[in-house]
Write a protein that binds this ligand. Sequence first.
Ligand SMILES: Cc1ncc(COP(=O)(O)O)c(C=O)c1O
Length: 364
Amino acid sequence: MSLFRENVQNLHAYVPGEQPQESGWVKLNTNENPYPPSPRVIEAITKTAQDRLHVYPDPLGRSFCRAAAEVLGVEPDWILPANGSDENLTMLVRSFADSNDLIAFPYPSYILYETLAEIQGTRHARLRLNSDWSWNLKLNKPLIDQTKLLFVPNPNSPSGNRWSDETILSLVPPHGILVLDEAYGDFPDTPHQMELLRSEKGNQIIVTRTLSKSYSLAGLRFGFAVAHPDLIAGMRKVKDSYNCDALALAGAEAAIRDQEWMLANRAKIVATRSRLQNSLSSLGFDVIPSQANFVWCTHPERSHEDIYQELKARKILVRYMKFPNALAEDDRHPGGLLDGLRITVGTDSQIDTFLTALQEIVGT
Ligand SMILES: Cc1ncc(COP(=O)(O)O)c(C=O)c1O
């Protein structure tokens, strides 16, 4: 007999990407930034470690909120810091979804949304995308109309495409919240400046951001939500008292204040992204034009899983992903199975190593 809640007993737990702890890998599998964080982050963390570890941190992270508010052009009470953007997603589910509410998300997209809904024990629905990763509103509108919490990553993962602001606004559920997950929001050609929060539907939109990607801080665990203060105040009620530790708060504040550092790394990644996309196309892959720090590609003939394994044997890690029943009616993917490779944009030298190996594997 199991003593677990039924939905935990039956849960298919989320499996994070592989994180080898030994060196020697070319790691292009979990969309980390290949460049180090701003030196000011290290200074701030070191100082806090020396002075502030014996006392609790500010439960509201107000100093970080003031810094983020200045950068984003909102007031500090629009910001809710979290232990990684994943924690913001958990807070959202806890805040808005009862068991009879519907949580929805595009499919394929970030797999964690479904896991969070399963943990909470809410109804949930996959909103299937077209094979070109556009929205199929005809198919999905009836579900969106019933949705309480709709998660939309933009740019999307694993595809890297970005939906327009008009599309995003057309998705806001009439009686619910749209969570605009901008984990990759600094990488598009024209990054977002929170305009949607000022739109007519702004009171139903919550943006989530992370410092794991553009700010090179995946190891620190820090993200934040941005929304109308009434929504932020409600979500704050469900958070752990000290959800962000003193080191993370100090490092995150230093990182967000050093926009110059982040933007310089972003520019390098965007340039390498374009070279990677062109090279993958020359090697015979179909590539989705990316607005993120990774590229999704498929090969018309070769097994993606075999390519992944052959790269891994050479100590190069990319993400092989497989989505059953993925796409709305589509002859290109019989049975609806979609699989492919998601490659994080690394440094130029990592990408050269990857491309040389890939050329040997798929040889043209
Ligand atoms: C779409 C999306 N949202 C959220 C996250 C989580 O980010 P964090 O590291 O801040 O928890 C990721 C991480 O890969 C992601 O891909």
